[in-house]
Structures are given as C-alpha cells and as structure tokens.
Design a protein around this ligand. Structure first.
Ligand code: DAU
Length: 336
C-alpha cells in the first residue's frame, strides 16, 4: 500500500539520493522533503523530482516545532537526515551542531510521538563510536565521540533510543560509514580534493595522511536505508559499512591519477584536533537482512571524481562560499 515518507535534509547529499531512489522504486509512495536549505542543502539536488505530483518540498527547519508538525502530518515513515555534518566546521563553530543535531532531533521525535508515525529511521553515523584502533565496532560498542559533531550525533542517537524505550516511538537507527558520490558538498575529503585538483591547487592532507576510513558508495548506502526502513526491527541500530578501508593518502592518489594530476599537489598540513585515526564497522546485523555493498570502490571513486569534473555547473555556484570557509579554516589553524 502507498506510504507517505518524510525525508528531512532531503535537499542534501544523501537525502536527495534517497528521495530519488524511493520515488523510482515505489511508484505508489508520496515523498515529502523538509529542508532548511542551509549552505549544504540545495534545491538543485532535487531537480529530477520537481514537478512530480508525488513529490512535495517544504522549506523549513527541524528546530521549529510548528514546521515539523505541518511536515509530519499524515506521514507514515520518517527518514531523518537533517543535520550539520562537517567535522571541521564543528571544531571551528559548534553551536549549530548542538541546536540542529540534538535539539532538531528532539523536535522530530516529540512530533513523531504526538502524531504516531509507523517507522522513524534516524540517520546517525559511525563517528559516534570514536576511533577504532583495532577490530570493528558492533552496534553494542560504547559511544565515544571525539568531535563536537560526533558528540552532537551521539546525543541525537541516544535520544532516539530513549524515545523508543520510554514512549515506544518506532525508531530504527542507522550508523553509516564515510559516504561518497555525486552531489556531496565540496568540503568533504573526496569532492574537496577533486575540485582543488581540477584547479591545480594543493590538497591539504591532515597529519601523516595515514588515517583510515571505510568508504561507502552512496548507492549502496541508500539501498541499506531502504532495507532498514522496510525490514529492520524497530528499536534496533544497524551499522552500514562500505568494506573499503583505505588511508586518506591512498584516496588522494586515486583522485589525482583519475584527473591526470601530479602527486606533488599533496601538501601535508597540521592535523585536525581530536582526529579519529580509523573507522571500522561490523555490519553483520544488516547483512542478515539481505543487504551487502555492491559497488567496486576504485570504479565508483573514479566515476565520482569524473562526475565532478564533468559537472562544474553543480559546484561553481558554491565555490565562492567554500573558498571563504576555507580561508576561515586556514586562519583558525594558523592561530592555534
Ligand atoms: O564516518 C561518517 C562521517 O564521515 C560522517 O558522519 C560525516 O558527516 C562526514 O563528514 C565524514 O567525516 P570525516 O571527518 O571522516 O570526513 P571528511 O571528508 O571531513 O574527512 C575524511 C578524512 O580526510 C578525515 O580523516 C580527515 C581527512 N581530511 C579531510 C579534509 C576535509 C584531510 O586530510 N584534509 C581535508 O582537507
């Protein structure tokens, strides 16, 4: 039977991919996007959905209870992506992380409790576990966040758990690893370095570049969300791993090789404070629901890099704001 799905943060990177996916995969679903259109949320990301009678866009903030009430009225499923997500920004200026990620999630959960939705998927992150010096985190591992961003997401994750236990709000939590693909804001490692390399600008690699991330292609990520939304057990958390652990320097080299640029563009810079060395997840619980990642990492990364190279019209309008932000970052690091 047709469902109405509310996607918060649906004009952002992963949320917009999920909105596109659901509208194609479920022809009887109505998709409603609630997005504040901050710097990272862009209406252009939803271009393929505009004009579709099954799609509605609401411009508003998850911290505003009335807006959330209006957006969640008549909704069956919620996918809550809306958040401030960039670690460096949270180190420089944490306020919005606390208000949006923690208070915004609280507002979403409160309204879900009042209105009584069927399922509420809370999009958390692997960063809530902190650094994995060895082995891999399971969903039972303690939450030990390192950055203000990760702490704000841990707060939201714990609130979601509490709303399930205390009020029976039908919460499902996902904790995905580092995601990449088209339309990711060029402040995150892969799109940032790609756009810099396209301009023959140095790639500022933190510390020794040996930090490890487990890369998850956005297409695999949203298939996992589909599985959890429809088949996950309410009250449970699910890790989403990519199975592609690479050092940052390895990723940087693939970006440069794909674009035919020299490795001399790599510039080692002062490390990020509180920098997590490694992320690694045990995703067996999700795999037991029938999901596994399908993308080949090197191929997906090269295709992603080429997508940015071929779509300057997507990133050019935000380049000025990104350049101002980078100057802010550099001044902040220089003053430490
Ligand atoms: O693990 C999931 C998380 O992945 C998400 O919850 C976050 O929203 C997302 O931002 C991401 O966090 P990271 O800090 O791992 O991603 P970021 O792209 O900022 O950095 C990836 C790695 O690259 C990290 O070790 C820091 C390094 N890096 C990043 C930037 C922007 C650099 O060396 N230089 C840079 O300029």
């Amino acid at each position: 039977m047709g469902k109405t799905v509310l996607i918060t943060g649906g004009a952002g990177f992963i949320g917009s991919h999920f909105a596109e996916y659901l509208i194609q995969r479920y022809p009887d679903y109505q998709i409603r996007v609630l997005d504040a259109l901050t710097y990272a949320g862009r209406r252009e990301n939803l271009a393929t959905l505009e004009g579709n009678p099954r799609f509605t866009f609401i411009h508003g903030d998850v911290r505003d209870r009335q807006t959330v009430q209006r957006a969640m009225e008549g909704v069956d499923y919620v996918a809550h992506f809306a958040a401030e997500t960039h670690v460096d920004r949270s180190i420089l200026d944490p306020d919005a992380f606390i208000t949006t990620d923690v208070y915004g999630t609280f507002t979403m959960l409160e309204v879900a409790r009042q209105l009584g939705v069927e399922r509420f998927v809370h999009v958390s992150t692997d960063e809530v576990y902190g650094s994995a010096d060895e082995g891999a985190f399971s969903e039972q591992s303690p939450l030990r966040p390192s950055s203000p961003y990760a702490a704000s997401k841990a707060g939201a994750d714990l609130l979601a758990q509490a709303y399930y236990r205390t009020y029976g709000v039908p919460v499902l939590i996902v904790r995905p690893s580092n995601t990449f693909g088209p339309r990711q804001y060029p402040e995150k490692l892969i799109p940032f370095f790609t756009v810099r390399a396209l301009h023959d600008e140095p790639l500022p690699l933190y510390g020794d570049g040996q930090q490890r991330r487990d890369w998850l292609y956005v297409g695999d990520h949203i298939r996992a969300l589909d599985v959890v939304l429809h088949r996950g057990q309410v009250g449970e958390a699910y890790n989403i791993a990519g199975g592609n652990e690479r050092t940052n320097i390895e990723v940087s080299r693939i970006i440069l090789h794909t674009l035919g640029k020299p490795e001399s563009l790599i510039q080692f810079v002062q490390d990020r404070p509180g920098h997590d060395r490694r992320y690694a997840l045990d995703d067996s619980k999700l795999r037991a629901l029938g999901w596994k990642p399908e993308a080949d990492f090197e191929t997906a990364l090269r295709e992603t890099v080429l997508w940015y190279a071929q779509h300057p019209e997507w990133w050019q309008p935000i380049l000025q704001a990104q350049a101002e932000y980078r100057r802010f970052v550099e001044r902040w690091y220089a003053g430490r």
